[in-house]
Design a protein around this ligand. Structure first.
Ligand code: IPM
Ligand code: MG
Length: 369
């Protein structure tokens, strides 16, 4: 029997807790039928943590995340906390975890499943079979660069400041992740920046080229300005395999790529740290969709992205490739079978809620086992 795997679950806000419940259902099934053993703890983050402890990411949550082998994250934020001061926003929950655990590589797949090809806003022939992986740098750049803040001069005029900073080490390590991934896929990396206007963009392009030449000459590398990449994603998305981007550009491009698939409720993500000398690696997994406060508590949210995030967790953190594939296949089969939550509803399909979707995934797993 495999050793215990320490899993920290952070449901967060909005639909987070209800979609996480469906992951629990999968975990229970795995424990019974696959003899997997997880040592699970739960923690507070985002608005839930603000309500309970007055901060969006308590030290106890950071400590628990550090001690865990993997973190499964729900979503944070909602109108209830919108008027809080900047330093106490629920979003700081995820930002602090990324920074303190050194989770620098955010992997965001944008995949169009065949049965959902009509859910895209683009023509079916443009997106059928789409399978992109965005690798977004997630502990540096303008999200964390100093100086930052709002200053006021003697005359009372305010200036808002954010700073885009990248060291060559930061660029090189995330580039390696992208090249490595490309080798397991279609062997192509498109690196995005604004080398035409930004100094950090010039360095980005140079370092990515150096890493490519020295370590990954077999991978096809293409450089593209980030604005052009946004346009190309909308016009010819299938030219991309792996897209490498800074924190800010990756934030934008990944939302855009997700929207192309027409099914935000289906997309997982992983955020990985460096492999430590003892072989361990911090990692956090979360759905791309946010907390969706407008539908929270109604039992209609799509649990697929959260379930698929758990599959990514099994693959990346626990090396359980077979189980990960099984869960992914089960979700695909449920959707192909015609069950749809509201976000992916199509004419002629059966509209179901969160729990029915989760139960259906377990039934498919049962058939696959
Ligand atoms: C994301 C989100 C976050 C980000 C927010 C919630 C801080 O948009 O994960 O893409 O900007 O990184
Ligand atoms: Mg975002």
């Amino acid at each position: 029997m495999p050793a215990n795997k320490k899993l920290l679950i952070l449901p967060g806000d909005g639909i987070g807790p209800e979609v996480m419940r469906e992951v629990r259902r999968i975990i229970e099934w795995m424990e019974q039928r696959r003899h997997a053993r997880f040592e699970i703890s739960e923690g507070l983050v985002g608005g839930a943590a603000l309500d309970a402890e007055g901060v969006p990411c308590p030290d106890s949550t950071v400590a628990a995340a550090r001690a865990a082998d993997a973190v499964l994250f729900g979503s944070v934020g909602g109108p209830k906390w919108d008027s809080l001061p900047f330093e106490r926003r629920p979003e700081l929950g995820i930002l602090r975890l990324r920074k303190e655990l050194g989770l620098f590589a955010n992997l965001r797949p944008a995949v169009v499943l065949d049965p959902l090809v009509d859910a895209s806003s683009l023509k079916p022939e443009v997106v059928r079979g789409l399978d992109i992986m965005i690798v977004r740098e997630s502990t540096g750049g303008i999200y964390f660069g100093e100086p930052r803040g709002i200053t006021t001069d003697a005359a009372g005029r305010r200036t808002g400041i954010d700073t885009e900073v990248y060291t060559e080490e930061e660029i090189a390590r995330v580039a390696r992740i992208a090249f490595d991934l490309a080798r397991k896929r279609r062997n192509k990396v498109t690196s995005t920046e604004k080398a035409n206007v930004m100094q950090s963009g010039r360095l980005w392009r140079a370092v990515v080229s150096e890493v490519h030449k020295a370590e990954f000459p077999d991978v096809q590398l293409e450089h593209m300005y980030a604005d052009n990449a946004a346009m190309q994603l909308c016009s010819r998305p299938k030219q991309f395999d792996v897209i490498l981007a800074s924190n800010l550009f990756g934030d934008l491009l990944s939302d855009l790529a997700a929207a192309l698939t027409g099914s935000l409720g289906m997309l997982p993500s992983a955020t990985l740290g460096a492999v430590q000398p003892d072989g361990r690696r911090h990692a956090l997994y979360e759905p791309i969709h946010g907390s969706a406060p407008d539908i929270a508590g109604k039992g209609i949210a799509n649990p697929s992205a959260q379930i698929l995030s758990f599959a990514m967790l099994l693959r990346w953190s626990f090396g359980m490739e077979e189980d990960a594939r099984m869960i992914e296949t089960a979700v695909e089969k449920v959707v192909a079978g015609g069950l749809r939550t509201a976000d992916i509803m199509q004419p002629g399909m059966a509209r179901v809620g969160t729990a029915v979707m989760g139960e259906a995934v377990v039934r498919e797993l049962e058939k696959l086992a």
